[in-house]
Each structure stands twice: as C-alpha cells, then as structure tokens.
Write a new protein. Structure first.
Length: 499
C-alpha cells in the first residue's frame, strides 16, 4: 500500500498562524471597515449597501477566474504557495488605503457636494480593489489544505483548527478595533477623534495581520501532485456547476446568506444598545463588560465547541447529516432572539435576559461554526470526487466557490441591512446626530427604538430563515463517508504510481 503524505506539525502551525493573520484582515474590513463607513464617516445607508453588493457581484466572476489561474499554476513551490508568498504585501497596502477617506457627514453639513461624491467613490473603489486583492490570497489559502495532506482525518482536523483560528481572529478584531480606536481618541483629543482613531488602529492591525499572513506561504508545503490537465475559464464554470455535490454546496451557501447579517450588524448593535455608542465603555463598566462577555462570549464559545467536535462527528456520521443538523439546530435559537427583544425592548441589560440571550447566541454560534467546518470538508471531498471520476483536481476552482459563497453572503447581507436601515432613517447625518445625542446622555434603547428594533431583527429573523432553508439542497448530497474513503484510498494509490 502506498504511503499517505501529510503535513508536519511545523507546517500545520505556520499555516494556522498565517490563516489567523489573513482572517484578521478579513474582519478588519468586513466588520471594522463596515462600522467605520457606516458609523464614523457616516456614508448613506443605500450607498454603503450597494458598494458592498456591487463588489460581491464582481467577485462572482473574479473568484472562479482566480481559481482557474491557481489550477493552471505550476511552479517549484506548487500551485497555491506562490500566491501566499506574494499577496500579503499587496493586500496590506490596499486595506490601509481603504481607511484613508473623508467624512461624509461633515461634507454634507458643509454643503460640499463634490467632496460627498469623492468620499463615496473612494470608498467604492478601495473596497472593490480590496476584494480583488484579497481573493488572490484567500482561494490559495483554503485550496492548499487539500494539497497539504492525502489523509482524510488530517484534512478534517486542519479545517476544524483553521475555522477555530478564523473565529478567534474575528473575535479579536470585533472587540478590539473599535475599543482601541476609541482609546486612541482620548490621546488625540481633536474634533475628528473617532475617524483618526480608526485610521491609526486600522492600519496598525492590518500591518500586524499581514506579517502573520506571510507565514502561511513561507511555512507550508504541497504534498499532492499537480494535475497535468488545465481548464479554461468557461470549462471551470461548467465544472463547478456540473459536479452535483459541489453544486448543492453552492446553492446551500447562497441560501444561507442572511446569516452574515449577524457579523455585520452585531458590533453596531452592541456598541449602541449596551455601550451608548462607544464600545470602550465596556472596559469602564463592570456590568457592561459582563454583558458583552456573556452574550458575545456565548457566540464565540458556541463556534469553538462545534468546530472542536466536528472532526469526531464526521468520523461517525456522513458530512451532510452533520451539516444539516447544525443548520436547522441554529435556526431555532436565532429566531428566539427577536422574540426575547419584543418581550422587553428596553430591558435586555437585565441579567436574566442577558443569560438567556447568551444561551441562545451560543446555539446560533454553534450552528454557524459547525456548518462552516462541514462546508469546507465537503468542498475538499468534492475535489477528491472530481479527481476520482474525471482525473482533474480542481483545488483552486472549487475553493473559489467557498470564497464566492462568503462574499456573496456579505453582499446580500449588506443590501438587506441597507434597505432596513434606510426604512427606519438610520443613515448619514441621522447617525451623526444620534452620536451627539448619546454623548449628552440619551438612551439608544429608549430614545431610538426604531433603530434598536431594526438591529435586533436583522441579527435574528433573516439568519434563522436562511439557516433553515439552506439544508434543502444538501438533503440529497451524493458523497457519503464510506464512498469517500474508497475514493481517497484509490487516489493515494494513483498519486504514488504517478510519483
């Protein structure tokens, strides 16, 4: 029997460190930059929604393009590593540039229409360029997992650890980028403190994250042979759609899009509902800190638990069964979150509600975490499936599908949130006026009930619906555990003979 090739501990650790840095960058933009655009420089809600949505439409073409390029790449480093070596520096520069913008609310108050147009245009251009550069690093970063090991257990374990590291990076950014930027405000003591603080901290975090990201390219090695065959762009699109199990994953991910609302809305909700518009207040009030720890900690703890147990579950049960249970299991607690809000709209800082919300959000986080691990494992299995049946290994193209799912979800979530916010008046100068009122002692929950209700709605009902219906395509997912083990064993033999 041929020897199964897999990664070393050093390669695993270097990969996870690089992925941690890469996901810091993603959350600096997906959460931090979104918050910055919406609540600091106060872009119009509709404009912000369409900026994110248009960028995601372009990614629908850009991601498979990059996947095709990766699959055509043949170098002494492999087909994924070259991009991991050279892309972090480019992504770093473009991410930093995205924060260097004017203030829309100030320009509108001054009646400066030219400045308003330039600010929106700069935000749109920098964000679209960021998405393109990020794709160059993201697809190879996930695609290389299926190239680092021929062992199914090792792959599942690495994917689970990668998802955990991604969540840790996300939690670190969500909590600290606003809090640290607000702390920087106290040192600056200028009228434009919030914006200056975000620029300083956004650039600082980006540089640190990019250095860590670089380690993934430096420290990993590709073990699986590169296919001699290549595909054109048209053939790559056809390949993604014609592979039935992969098509089911794509459709399921698209239906799950509303769950991204939790990611882009929750920091704004916490900052205003519990911290009076300044997340740094969590560090000056023991009660607020406890609330953030219970509710926010519940979400991340749920993710970590489900991601940690996923490899063991996948040893015993088919991946589609685990995926579907996590999906429907998270929809119920998500829906209950809004019911709790409707019972006591202004009193969710009471400890009995805080504990109950923490439990519900734990369930929501567990569903999201487990689903994300299963999705990556199932995509990796589809790569084996395609190579087994047709002799071509589409690591780049298929993992471009995962990148597309993530970005498409963010685009849908941004459009939904934009129109909901616009409907209740949560946009540009209204946000600026609310920030000023909160500084003078106004209560977000009491004085701005429409804004609060919109945010609690966005993080609960649409995500619950999305998670519930996302299991429909995967009910008939073709790859079960036994068939995949058989495929993988034969592929190992083929690789050995080719070597």
């Amino acid at each position: 029997m041929a020897q199964v090739k897999t990664y070393t501990k050093k390669e695993r650790n270097m990969y996870l460190t690089g992925l941690f840095g890469q996901n810091m960058i993603y959350n600096i933009v997906a959460t931090g930059l979104y918050y910055y655009f919406q609540n600091v420089i106060c872009l119009p809600a509709i404009a912000l929604g369409w900026i994110f949505a248009i960028a995601r439409v372009w990614d629908a073409v850009n991601d498979p393009m990059m996947g095709t390029i990766v699959d055509k790449t043949k170098t002494k480093w492999g087909k994924c590593r070259p991009y991991l070596i050279f892309s972090p520096a480019v992504i770093c520069v473009i991410t930093c540039v995205a924060f260097l913008n004017g203030n829309y609310a100030t320009a509108k108050a001054d009646g400066n229409n030219t400045a308003m147009i330039l600010i929106v245009a700069w935000a749109a251009l920098s964000y679209i360029l960021w998405g393109m550069s990020y794709t160059v690093g993201d697809i190879p970063l996930w695609g290389i997992i299926s190239r680092m090991s021929e062992d199914e257990k090792d792959r599942s374990t690495l994917i689970s650890l990668a998802r955990i590291m991604a969540s840790v990076a996300g939690g670190l950014v969500v909590v600290s980028i606003v809090a640290v930027s607000q702390a920087a405000n106290g040192l600056l003591q200028k009228a434009a403190d919030a914006q200056a603080g975000f620029i300083i901290v956004g650039i600082l975090f980006t540089v640190i994250a990019s250095i860590l990201f670089q380690l993934a390219g430096i420290g990993t090695r590709e073990k699986v042979p590169v296919s001699e065959e290549t595909k054109t762009m048209k053939e790559s699109f056809a390949l993604m759609w014609n592979c039935k199990p992969f098509r089911r994953i794509l459709i399921s991910g698209i239906l799950r899009s509303p769950m991204q609302l939790m990611m882009i809305v929750v920091m704004t909700l916490f900052a205003y509902y519990y911290c009076s518009g300044n997340l740094a207040n969590a560090f000056t009030s023991p009660k607020v800190l406890l609330i953030i720890a219970v509710i926010g900690g519940g979400f991340f703890l749920g993710q970590f638990v489900s991601m940690g147990i996923c490899p063991n579950l996948l040893k015993k049960y088919d991946s589609k069964k685990v995926y579907n249970v996590f999906g429907i299991g998270s929809a119920i607690p998500m829906a209950l979150i809004f019911i709790i809000y409707m019972i006591d709209p202004t009193g969710l800082d009471k400890m009995h509600w805080v504990i109950l919300l923490g439990i519900l959000i734990f369930g929501a986080g567990a569903g999201l975490g487990g689903s994300s691990v299963c999705q990556s494992v199932m995509i990796s299995d589809c790569i084996d499936y395609e190579e087994y049946h047709h002799g071509f290994r589409p690591d780049g193209v298929f993992f471009s599908g995962q990148s597309f799912i993530t970005k498409f979800q963010a685009g849908v979530a941004s459009i939904v949130s934009a129109y909901v916010y616009a409907a209740v008046g949560y946009t540009d100068v209204n946000i600026s006026a609310m920030n000023a009122a909160l500084e003078k002692g106004a209560s977000f929950a009491v004085d701005y009930p429409d804004y609060a209700k919109a945010m609690w709605l966005l993080i609960s009902i649409p995500p619950a619906i999305g998670m519930a219906i996302s299991i429909i395509p995967t009910l008939k997912y073709e790859i079960d555990r036994k068939s995949h083990e058989k495929m993988l064993a034969e592929l190992v033999e083929r690789h050995s003979e080719e070597a």
